[in-house]
Design a protein around this ligand. Structure first.
Ligand SMILES: [Zn+2]
Length: 472
């Protein structure tokens, strides 16, 4: 069965047909690195991490590109507030972005291209647009002429006339049309800038994504994703730039996630209700946050509350306990096909098919998660009665395999943490024994223990304050 995706461009659910069989080119508008990302941003990073990993689970080779906007008004303003260079702000929050993504168990993108490392590509693209008659220069600024692109407004469903009516006061009267947007901005005094054919300046935001998606994925690629508030003007402008520069279709499928509210209110600075992912992860596990997002379809609005997150945390606990019990049982009993009820295999197969069917249907994670918890319920019933477990081993083994598969994309069972925790305890124990041996001058045995621990992938360092260890 084919995967179906709701395409913002056609406003329809469409069958997903990749440009190249078995491969997916996937572009996600990444962060502007001037602050820690909040839980609304985190929803996008998690949702598209799951979609990307689900596509991989379905056998696609996914080239996943997430751009880093590391030059922007917001970064410059933040740098001015703090009296530092914009580059320092960008560096600090780029590092924080990766730390927080790691905490959220987000798989690394194929590339994270930085805007400041692609200035040449952006300039070439702007020059091409100017040459083709879609852009014009005004005193060192370059603008895209919206009226030159007849499809403008198709993605957002906006009409050019309505948009113009919305601009009652035009701030820049030099522009040919109030809708024309900047491609290149001339440098203000003392501002970060690059040399260009139009004088010193810097790229505007929209051109970044057109230039970098083209460089890494080509003129035509499969999926372009982002949050709903990027549809207009960011994505509309990206389409205008890319399609006018090239003859291709640009992105074939546009996926946008819904808004996140906090306790039914809009998240905003003025209401003071913005939570960063970083602070939420001090209180809740990454799995609970992932599950919280997955319980809703990605297009639906989501209402964030700590109560909701606590419920998700309890659900993760249920899932984890079930999974651990399942593993303990499978360690204890061997699977013998003669003794077990083979028909039970079909029950798990049905679950598998239903979960895949839900995810294939425009990544309906809400329905899939519902099935996952039905499976938890079934497994708990089967393992409740110790005496009949051996008849159910086949089912339990398949159930465990299914949990492992689901976790490949949802990543909501905290098993790696559990394992890490257990191995940490063992390493500590062995190092304590080694210390005892060294005190007794049994160096040969002590060294053997160190060598064996190192062989398992740990680094051991003896210092004045004791022994430190870490994973290689
Ligand atoms: Zn973008």
């Amino acid at each position: 069965m084919a995967i179906k995706i709701y395409n913002t461009l056609s406003k329809k659910k469409e069958e997903f047909v990749p440009i190249k069989e078995g491969e997916v080119g996937f572009y996600l508008c990444g962060p502007t690195v001037y602050d820690y990302f909040h839980i609304g941003n985190a929803r996008a990073w998690v949702v598209f991490d799951v979609i990307r990993r689900y596509l991989e689970h379905r056998g696609f080779k996914v080239k996943f590109i997430v751009n880093m906007t590391d030059v922007d008004d917001k970064i410059i303003n933040r740098a001015n507030e703090r009296g530092v260079y914009p580059g320092e702000i960008a560096e600090e929050y780029t590092k924080a972005f990766f730390e927080d993504c790691k905490r959220l168990k987000i798989k690394d993108a194929t590339y994270y291209p930085k805007a400041t490392e692609h200035i040449k590509e952006m300039q070439d693209l702007i020059a091409l647009l100017q040459e083709k008659g879609y852009a014009y220069e005004l005193d060192g600024d370059v603008y895209f002429e919206v009226g030159s692109f007849s499809e403008y407004g198709r993605l957002s469903g906006k009409k050019i006339d309505d948009l113009i009516a919305g601009y009652r006061v035009e701030l820049d009267e030099r522009k040919k049309d109030p809708l024309d947007f900047a491609l290149w901005k001339s440098a203000k005094k003392g501002e970060i800038s690059w040399d260009s054919p139009w004088g010193k300046g810097r790229p505007a935001w929209h051109i970044e994504c057109s230039a970098m998606s083209m460089k890494y994925l080509g003129k035509d690629f499969d999926i372009h994703a982002g949050a709903e508030d990027l549809i207009f003007p960011h994505h509309e402008n990206e389409i205008a730039q890319s399609k006018c520069a090239n003859d291709g279709r640009f992105a074939h499928y546009w996926i946008h996630i819904g808004f996140l509210k906090i306790n039914k209110e809009k998240m905003s600075k003025s209401l003071g209700n913005i939570y960063t992912a970083r602070e939420i992860l001090e209180e809740f596990s990454p799995e609970s946050l992932r599950l919280f997002y997955m319980q809703k379809h990605y297009k639906s609005p989501i209402d964030f509350s700590k109560e909701g997150l606590s419920d998700a945390e309890s659900a993760v606990g249920r899932l984890k306990r079930c999974y651990i019990k399942l593993n303990e049982i499978l360690d204890k009993y061997t699977v013998n096909d003669d003794l077990t009820n083979i028909n039970n295999k079909d029950v798990i197969q049905n679950f598998r098919e239903e979960i895949i069917e839900a995810m294939d249907d425009d990544f309906n994670s809400a329905a899939a998660i519902g099935k996952v918890f039905d499976l938890v319920k079934l497994v708990n019933e089967k393992i409740e009665d110790e005496s009949s477990i051996k008849n159910e081993i086949h089912l339990l083994k398949n159930a465990k395999e299914l949990f492992d598969q689901i976790n490949m994309f949802f990543d909501i069972i905290p098993l790696s943490y559990e394992k890490l925790y257990d191995s940490a305890k063992l390493v500590e124990l062995l190092l304590n024994i080694r210390d005892e041996l060294r005190k007794k001058k049994e160096y040969q045995l002590a060294d053997k223990i160190r060598d064996e621990i190192e062989k398992l992938g740990y680094i051991i360092e003896d210092g004045s304050t004791g022994t430190r260890w870490m994973k290689k």
